[in-house]
Design a binder for this molecule. Structure first.
Ligand code: FBP
Length: 333
């Protein structure tokens, strides 16, 4: 049962301060990064809404093709996030899926932030939820030294925080810092404030929703096809529902709240999987595990994987512990 928060409304700022006070040694740096990300999220959310609601100054709406719109919003999001994160002076490198190479920010910065600025953007045309995914690491090299790839290619277990901002019917910020659980904030646009909506999300141990793109069926290996047959009830009791939005943040958000399993298996179309280890899988796996779930790739814990390259893709399954264990057993066997 989800713990409903206390009667009075708790703002993101109050939550950050309360949490920080629990850790006297906390420097406040991480809090600052979360504030910066939340600010960028408000601005990005506004731009997305403005895009969907035609610009009043231009009744015919933006003269742009869907792809131009996607590119514009992805660049806008990347710029807003980078601008917000640079202000703090505590970030050493910012790595976004959109930029060719890591952005060196401050040689004395202590943190590396890895971002998928706007994921699932083709959904913008149908107003389905899309999202920003973020991952925060401490650098492993000496402060003041030249930025190094070693600071970026760290296993997901080294994350000190991760989360996403989902732009949907409302803007939601979901994040977790090591050991502090997963907390969901909803933006009240009239006040410009994020309010705590669900505290310490715990993913159900077993769920009855499965989520994967079945149009890749022909490209799956036999084990995945067998697992899918069981899910569809050909070999099991079939009391499981199918949901697939095709926007990673939305599919994982539903899985976090409702339980079940999200999968993106490797296939002949994506031999190494489609989803990116550093930008998408690590931050979401961290959240799922902090919420008491499980996240694996070919039955290996995602957070333990040693990244080989920034744009490395992997097969992925994540969600309720029991659902993922069942899937691992069948797909591994
Ligand atoms: P990109 O990494 O190319 O942006 O794709 C990510 C994504 O859009 C995810 O949001 C989503 O889970 C997945 O691709 C959907 O892929 P498909 O449309 O092939 O099912």
């Amino acid at each position: 049962m989800r713990k409903i928060v206390k009667k009075e409304l708790v703002t993101l700022e109050e939550f950050i301060i309360e949490t920080q006070n629990q850790f006297p040694e906390a420097t406040g740096d991480l809090s600052q990064l979360l504030r910066d990300l939340a600010l960028a999220g408000k601005i990005i959310g506004q731009e997305i809404n403005r895009t969907i609601i035609r610009d009043p100054k231009n009744p015919a709406g933006f003269k742009e093709t869907p792809q131009e719109r996607i590119d514009r919003l992805e660049n806008f999001a990347s710029k807003q996030l980078t601008f917000a994160l640079r202000r703090s002076g505590i970030v050493n490198q910012i790595v976004t899926e959109e930029s060719e190479k890591p952005l060196q920010v401050d040689k004395n910065g202590q943190y590396v932030v890895i971002l998928d600025p706007l994921d699932g953007t083709f959904n913008i045309e149908i107003n389905a939820s899309i999202g920003t995914i973020f991952s925060i690491y401490r650098r492993v090299t000496e402060r003041g030294s030249e930025p190094s790839e070693k600071d970026i290619l760290q296993p997901g277990l080294q994350q000190i925080a991760s989360g996403y901002i989902m732009y949907g019917s409302s803007v939601m910020l979901v994040f977790s810092t090591e050991g502090l659980g997963v907390n969901l904030f909803t933006l009240d646009e009239s006040l410009g404030e994020f309010f705590l909506a669900i505290e310490n999300i715990k993913i159900p141990k077993n769920g009855n929703i499965f989520s994967l793109n079945t149009s890749y069926y022909q490209g799956w290996n036999e084990a995945v096809k067998k697992y899918y047959a069981i899910l569809r009830g050909e070999q099991g009791d079939g009391n499981i529902s199918y949901r697939y939005i095709g926007s990673l943040v939305a599919d994982v958000h539903r899985t976090l709240l409702e339980g079940g399993i999200f999968l993106f298996p490797a296939s002949t179309y994506y031999p190494k999987g489609k989803l990116k280890l550093m930008y998408q899988c690590n931050p979401l796996a961290f959240l799922v595990e902090q919420a008491g779930g499980r996240a694996s790739s070919s039955a290996k814990r995602i957070l333990n994987m040693k990244p080989e390259a920034l744009d490395q893709t992997i097969s992925v399954m994540m969600g309720s512990v029991q659902n993922v264990l069942d899937a691992e057993k069948i797909i591994r066997d």
